[in-house]
Design a binder for this molecule. Sequence first.
Ligand code: SF4
Length: 409
Amino acid sequence: MTLDDAVKLKTELLILGLTISDDAMQTVGEGGLEKVFWVFEMTPSTHKGTGDGTRPLPNDMLLPYDLYADVRYNPESPFKVHRSGETIILLKNNSELCEVRWPKRPDFYNKKTRSGESMKKVASMRGDCGLRVCFDNACNYFSKGEQCKFCNIVPARQRNREHVVTVKESEDIFDAVKDAIIDNPVCSHLAMTAGASKDDGLGNLPQILEKLKPLLKKKNFPIVTAITATRNKDETAYLCSTGISSVAFNLEIWDERIFTEICPGKTRRIGRRRWIEALKEARDLLKPARSLSSFVVGLEPAESLLEGIDYLSSVGIFPIMSPFVPMVGTDYEGREAPSPEWIWDVHERATELIYKNLPEAFCEEIWDGDIGICPSCTTTKLFFDFMRRIVPRENPRRLMSNESVNAFI
Ligand code: SF4
């Protein structure tokens, strides 16, 4: 299997999902890292037993070339994972493709914070290095019927109550981050996100970032905050002064008319113009290519998306991408997903544009996680895999978690 074959396989798995035999699943949640719907339920179908933890799916799986892919359940998929002796095998239309593995469950999943909260409900792990915290799993846009039409943050939380604490206390976040990154390091960078806050501002993020400052002094680790765009320059300046390495204000859609239709809350409460202004403010305050905006690939024509990628990268903003999945509980549940071939084509053209306009995004530091995410933990996105096709590199393997990429069977 070539690298291109492996990236194509990951693309198909993200779009088409898979089924998994009970036999292959038997150690998930004990030794293998189980799926936690820490922010979205990124699947086209619900999987009985994943939400309540009685029959958990693996979180991610490791494909050839050290590519991690999000495990997405879809009973209609041609892909299936089964067990053959001591090996876990991926099949397509009942033909064996390759061996797959899943990461080891980190010890902090069994620990509690000092307040008695389960750390796993506060912070979760992706791939073999990324710590994720959704500090508030509510989004104010839902209460007004203005939610982004592809998003299920609120229904996912309601369906998977056992998985997460809705609003995390800063002390609990401190304890989980300290354990996972500093005391028993299994993660090396942190991504924090939340739904839109009630006042359209930073919500409880400042309290959390102030709490984390002593940890950053002890050991510097990259943090990205993926939140709605700031309301003004002072807010951006504060955010960028807290020790974070990057921000992600995710515009999701470039075409103005389609953005208004799909993201009514973002349009009405902040607006596209302010959104782009905030990204530029962060660009001016952070290191190159640390002001990010994610796009959902598959909700607008390729031409308008590529126009946005070209524009943003040419002004120093790093556009990143996620393929559209018609997730359960969203306005778009049941819609047709874009074809893997189309996703491939758009990613390939977009990555070439970014390389031409913003080569700083391809630097070693960013590859190693300085934007709070890296090729080994962005298991739901493909852009790093396409960057690797332009600037050949191995995916990072971290010393502190070298065991985590071992097969667990
Ligand atoms: S702002 Fe949009 S994408 Fe973000 S949580 Fe709210 S509805 Fe979802």
